[in-house]
Unconditional design. Sequence first.
Lengths: 409, 539, 214
Amino acid sequence: MTLDWAFLLITAVNLVAVIGLLLNLGGVLTWVERKQAAVMANRIGANRCYIPVPVPAKAPGGGWKVRWSKRFTLVGLFHAIADGMKMLTKEDYTPPFVNRFIYNLAPFIAFVTVFATFAVIPFGGPVEPARLLDGPLLSGIGALDGARAWLAGFFGDGSGAARTFRLQLADLDIGVLYVFAVSGTGVFAAALAGWSSNNKFSLLGGLRASAQMISYEVALGLSVIGLFLIHGTVDLGRIVDQQQSLWMWGIVLQPHMFFLFLAANIAENKRIPFDMPEGESELVAGYFTEYSAMKMGMFMMSEFVAIAVIAGLVTTLFFGGYHVPFLYDDGFHFGESVVPLSHLTVVVLRLASFTLKVLVLCWFQILIRWTLPKFRYDQVMRLGWKMLLPISLANLVLTAGIAQIVNAR
Amino acid sequence: MSEIKTVTLTIDGRQVTVPAGTSVLEASKVIGAEVPHFCYHPGLPVDGNCRMCIVEIDGARRPPVSCATSCADGMVVRTDTAAVKAIRASVMEFLLVNHPIDCPICDKAGECMLQDYYMQHDRKRSELRDEKVHKPRLVKFSDRIVFNGERCILCTRCVRFTENVTRTHELGIVNRGDRALVEVAGGGSLHNRYQDNVADICPVGALTKTDFRFKKRVWFLKHTDSICPGCSRGCNVVLDHDKNEVVRVMPRFRAEVNGHWMCDEGRDIHKRIGVDRLLAPRVKLPGREGGATPEEALEAVAEVLGEARKTPDRLAAIASSWGTNEEAFLFAKLFGETLRTPHMDVKSDSDEGYPEDDVLHTADHNPNRAGVVAQGVVPNDKKGGLGLAGILDACRRGDIQCLVVWGPGLSGHLPGGESELALVLSKVARVVYLGWKDDPVARLAHVALPTPAWAEKDGSYTNCDGIKSTSVRALDPPPGVRGEIEVLADLQARLKGRSYGRTFRELAAKTGAPLPPRRPAPALRQPSLYRHASGVARP
Amino acid sequence: MNPLLNPKLPEPAYKEEFTAGRLFTYRNPSDLTLWERLYVPEVLRGLSITGSIFFKNMGLWLVWLGYWARGRANEAPRGAVTVYYPEEERPDMTKVNRGKHILTQRLNGEPQCVACYMCATACPAWCIHIDAGEHPDPAIEKYPVRFDIEIDKCIFCGYCEEACPVDAIRLTTDYHTVDYLRERMVYDRDYLLSWNPTKVQQEHVYPGGEPRRG
């Protein structure tokens, strides 16, 4: 058996794209969170970080000298970098009373589970590398002929037909089940961090985290089963495929479930209004009270990456994934009229569509975080078990009935 | 013995029985009816010039002054009627006519009787339109006493003090009316040894002590009952301290010891606490040279004493006459009972100070010689024990192997002073020093252990008349310094002796020390990182 | 006119920040209507409020960008109610703001302070430290040899000002008390006297000193 170099190359590209996207998004989101909160509250927000830029200035005695300007702040964007540098260079203090192995393990669990979740999310439409350089503009350029021939050869299946690849790290049949399984593992991060810290606040935070995450796991899973019934699959790739039409988008089919799913996801991510496990006002910093430097940073980072992952998941399930309304593989279809587009344009448009949707949903989550007041712990539990779960179940029964009727017809 | 005659009278509707001859003012103190007064002082003859202590007595033609009225059988006294209050308010108004309202800079503020009574009885603005009478403001009565004539209310307490207590007659009132003034007779200065008392008894801030002047506002002071170690009178005093520093010493009334007074030397004796202190243990034993922790030094002492135990005849112990009864008790038990040395005696720690006089001061400048002897620190005559002079002679002859010296001042017992001390101690194989002063002995000793000064420990003292007084720890000792009680009890334990207790309260039962009332702990003041920042560049 | 009968509250610095005259009554237990109990509509309403502020401010930012491009950034309407401290400062800082302390002076430049410790006694943060000394002039008698204020401990309550019998210590409106060195945040007598000293009038001299009139 020979190695499938074409598959490996595409997977590597996917990997780089996913990791790069998530890590950068996670970093930028820390800045977005601060700046957006400021803008929402009529404040200025983070704006102090700068990169010194040499500018010529008049010397007092005549002539010119170099002055280092502090004005290059990019509206505070460097704060994300400064935060990261601070986290990396701070003293990494491990308290003497902790269970060292589990204490060190916990942030990695948090980090890994969040990243692994994104593996099954398709972030772009199907790509035929052999056709990438086709199209009305590029095909006229003779200089690209060589590249075109190499692409056709490398990504061909040997029989002359072009292979199609998905922009998705792992095209798993179990799809969403994998997402639930992996994100469910994230409970361990909080629970183990809280327990191993050997601190009352941490332990309470860890307890709250496990109770809350397990409670909302149920609602999380049940709230999207209606969609699976309609689509007839749990494979995220198939689900996105079926959302080609605007009328098949999850937000149109099951708008109420969007709120449930988002609420359950935010609860999973332990952010306001569900930030019981951190509970600054009563538990210092909850389950990661005893963490410092980059280990604390990993918890924070995984929280921000999780925002992006949730946005990706919601996009995939409810907002048609990478689909642009009316855009098909060969161009826009408005009724009978067709606007043909090259394959490269379509691919880029779909990537941009997915990224835009994710960004908007990230913004939306931060908007929620800076608008809603925190729940009390009993309210969190009541909402989870007495509101979200019954509604999800009722929706499941209703959707199943309707699906049965529609299928029978 | 004839029976003391008593009289029964009614004060504010309550029956009081007092010895005949008691003043109404004193009798009303019995039932807790505080009659305000300025010129009256229980330690001085009655004068009755301030007119503040006026009360109503049924049958009297006009309200009399209670300090000068003796109690009689069947007398009915009222101390708080409207008429009495009106009279007091009027008296206050007259007293305040020329009194400057400079309480903010007056050191008496906070313990000033005029201030207190103003708040209780007057509380109104001055109606005086004219300028207040000006008098000399900064008159130095002596190096210790400053007089401010404007604040004086002419109660003559100070005059009566010099007339009746010290009988030196320096002070007197000159001029009349609003020009009246306290002056030192003949333009000289106060020259008695009890002159600081006039500032204490001054009801206002007219007489102030240069020593305390402007040092501290009185409301910052914490008060701790203590005794004065200046002489064997053992005056009961109150140490007024703040931030672990004694600011002033005030006499505490104890009728059988010092009455209301104390001498000036006792007021200054707290200044010795910080001078020439032995702050860290010193060990000069072979194999143990160099700095030592308190624990190591104690170990060294135990080792030396354990060695000396084999030849108790060649061990001698000299106790301090500044030690407390409890420490002396443990000292006697350690050396007499556990180590069984016959050579034990007490020495004088200090011989500086005022000579003896007929008021309070005694010739012995050590507070507790009687107590230390009473606890058994005496040579054991049955075994041929040597006294202090004998011990020193034996040292000179080389008969003593191990000498334990507790407290400073041993060189004062040798005619040749320090040089002879070095010669004598050079003949002794092991010298152990225990004391709070960095004495010549401490520099020559093989082991020197620091101990707290008297204000830094609890203990009882027996004065020249055999009266016991208890001194309460007012200050924290220097870091790492442990009290003698603890050190001696520790040595006792290391040398396998009997245990008699490790705290003052445990030992007080054995020495019969009067236990002081437990005072509530003073309010905690936050430790400050503050330090004076002179020389630091300003922004 | 009795101010109690005609309450006239001071104008808020930024009117739109407050409730614009509407008064809300909060009850406990809450009496939510069914519509409010549904939660989601009310959440959406809340999100629309914060979101509209967000977009309004982003719009203002675009406007600012336009002004900035024309080099007139300072004239642009402001969205933020906060300022870019320390480059900018709020223009509406109240005149009675309690800030750094000063010691007032006599006409000859000596401190007005008579070292009475009233401020140190009143200070709830125990940040005033005074050492008193004997003044050569018997009319003044007592003066501060040392007068230190730990400005980093001070809570700017103004009790020292209230307690002072001779108007010797005042709080100015200056609130720039930050520093990088803790040592420099202990203000000594000379510093308190030297910056922005205020000469008090002869009439305000300590009543025990010269001149005294009745």
